[in-house]
Every structure is written in structure tokens, then in C-alpha cells.
Design a protein around this ligand. Structure first.
Ligand code: FPP
Length: 275
């Protein structure tokens, strides 16, 4: 190749080779480790449509969704993200056809049992939020066992939202706080944002800085309504079973370009925070 001498030559060289290289650069290489979200929450959507496109049953989509769960958990842990919450089964999902619900419960059980060893190997702690006792007995027992077996792991929390609804969670928190007032343990004036947070399923987990939803739907669907108050929302048309590490990295890069103002003006955000 001829050496590039003129300014014009350099420009042509850059446009033909430089930009191509930039485009080929993985999103992972564009991630700044200094500005990582500590908690990412994901609404894994599109399994049914993914399966339908292939002329298969919806459960085929859920089974393939597990591959994306594994990939995403691996990507998050490798990056150094501390908490990853996955919306695996909502309270409303109980209204799906019985066979689909049963298949999802079987898949959940199978995945928990199969993956516990890998979670331990990778130092990942399994947690769950939701009305867990409404799960069938076997799934509930195995879930508790997996949670117990991974309880000392410190690299990342993998939090499954199971039989979860945010409104249910807030109602439960309200009931507990009301009971404490009724028992004269606390007064009405003690109730504030921190107290409500401390009565949610997520009490020991920081709020997510980033929410990802797949499949092109732009909704929150009763997921972490309180906790997402200031989260950045990222919607991608990818269906969940197609979601891979690179898609996760892309979401993180997008997040890192957002200016998080928390109600302040742009000018008030210090240079340090921007980095
Ligand atoms: C939403 O897609 C997905 C679910 C209700 C279930 C998510 C479950 C998994 C990915 C597998 C199990 C997960 C773990 C953690 C073991 P949808 O069925 O609503 O898709 P659609 O909108 O295309 O119909």
C-alpha cells in the first residue's frame, strides 16, 4: 500500500479504513469501566414471537431465552456489574395458558438446578424477588436451595423476579409499614422514601441505573416501579432469544452517553460526574 502523504490522501485513507475499523470495534471496547452501572435490570421480552417466527411453540422461545440469560449474566459479571435483575415471571404471567405456565415452571426448575454449579464457579450469588411462595412447591424448594448454596458468593448478584409485580410489592410494603404504625413501633411522620425502600423486596439492593427491555415494546409492565424512578431506559427491537453479549455491551455504551441529571440542570452536573 502507498504511504499516505497529502492531507486529502489522509482523509481518503481515514474514510475508507479508519471508519471501517471504528465500526468493527466491539461495543465492549467502547465501555468505560469508570462509569459502569452497578445494577442493570432487564425485561426479557419476545420469546413467544421468536418461536412463532420459526413455526414453533412459545415454550421453544422460552427455552432459547435461557441461552440469552446465560450470555447476559456472563457479560455482566465479566464487566464488573454488581447486580443483574431479570424479570423471569410476572404475577400477570399466571394468567397465561396453563401448559405454558407449567412449561415455564419446569424450565425454571431445570435451569436453577443445572446452573447452580456454574454460579458458584463464577462466584455469583442467586437471589429472588416476588411472591415466591406462590411458585409450585418443588420449584420454590429448589430455588431456596440454590439461593442458600450461592449465598457466600460476592462477584455479582443475579436476581430473578419471579411471580413478581411491583404494585404487589408496594402494597405489601405499605401493609408492613401500616402494621408498624398500628403497633406504635413507628409514627406516621417516620414514613419517608427510605422507609418505603427498606420494606420492598429489593431492600438491600441499590436501584437500577439502567433498565433494558427487548422486543420493541416500550413499557415498564409493573416492574420495579419505585426502584426505576431515575433509571435510564433502553429499548431494543431484538427479541430476547436473539439477545447476546454484544447487545448487552451496546446498551451499556448507550447508557454511558446519557447525562443523568436527577432533576438538576445540565450546568449543575460537575465535570467529574460526566466522566
Ligand atoms: C416474555 O416473553 C418472557 C417470559 C414471560 C419468560 C422469560 C423466561 C425466560 C427467558 C426463561 C427462563 C428464565 C430463567 C431465568 C430461568 P413473551 O413470552 O411475553 O414473548 P412475546 O411477547 O413475544 O409473546
Amino acid at each position: 500500500m502507498q504511504p499516505v502523504r497529502s492531507k486529502r490522501g489522509f482523509l481518503i485513507f481515514f474514510l475508507t479504513f479508519g471508519i471501517t475499523d471504528l465500526q468493527l470495534m466491539s461495543f465492549k471496547e467502547k465501555i468505560s469501566t469508570a462509569k459502569l452501572p452497578s445494577h442493570v435490570a432487564i425485561i426479557m421480552d419476545g420469546n413467544g414471537r421468536w418461536a412463532k417466527k420459526r413455526g414453533m411453540l412459545r415454550t421453544f422461545g422460552h427455552e432459547n431465552g435461557v441461552v440469552s440469560v446465560r450470555e447476559t449474566a456472563e457479560a455482566a459479571a465479566e464487566l464488573g456489574i454488581k447486580h443483574l435483575t431479570l424479570y423471569a415471571f410476572s404475577t400477570e404471567n399466571w394468567n397465561r395458558p396453563r401448559r405454558e405456565v407449567e412449561a415455564l415452571m419446569r424450565l425454571l426448575l431445570k435451569t436453577i438446578n443445572r446452573e447452580t454449579k456454574t454460579l458458584n464457579k463464577n462466584n455469583i450469588r442467586l437471589l429472588a424477588i416476588g411472591d415466591l411462595q406462590s411458585l409450585n412447591e418443588k420449584t420454590y424448594e429448589h430455588l431456596l436451595k440454590a439461593i442458600d448454596e450461592t449465598k457466600s458468593n460476592t462477584r455479582m448478584d443475579l436476581i430473578l423476579a419471579l411471580s413478581y409485580s411491583s404494585q404487589y410489592e408496594i402494597v405489601e410494603a405499605t401493609r408492613q409499614i401500616a402494621a408498624r404504625v398500628a403497633n406504635n413501633e413507628i409514627s406516621i411522620d417516620d414514613i419517608n422514601e427510605d422507609m418505603i425502600s427498606a420494606h420492598l423486596f429489593t431492600k438491600n439492593i441499590p436501584n437500577p441505573e439502567l433498565l433494558i427491555r427487548t422486543s420493541g415494546e416500550n413499557r415498564i409492565s409493573n416492574f420495579l416501579l419505585w426502584q426505576l424512578a431515575y433509571s435510564e431506559l433502553y429499548f431494543t427491537p431484538k427479541l430476547w432469544p436473539d439477545f447476546r453479549k454484544e447487545d448487552f455491551y451496546e446498551a451499556i455504551v448507550d447508557y454511558q452517553h446519557r447525562e443523568r441529571r436527577f432533576g438538576r440542570t445540565s450546568e449543575q452536573i460537575s465535570e467529574k460526574e460526566r466522566k
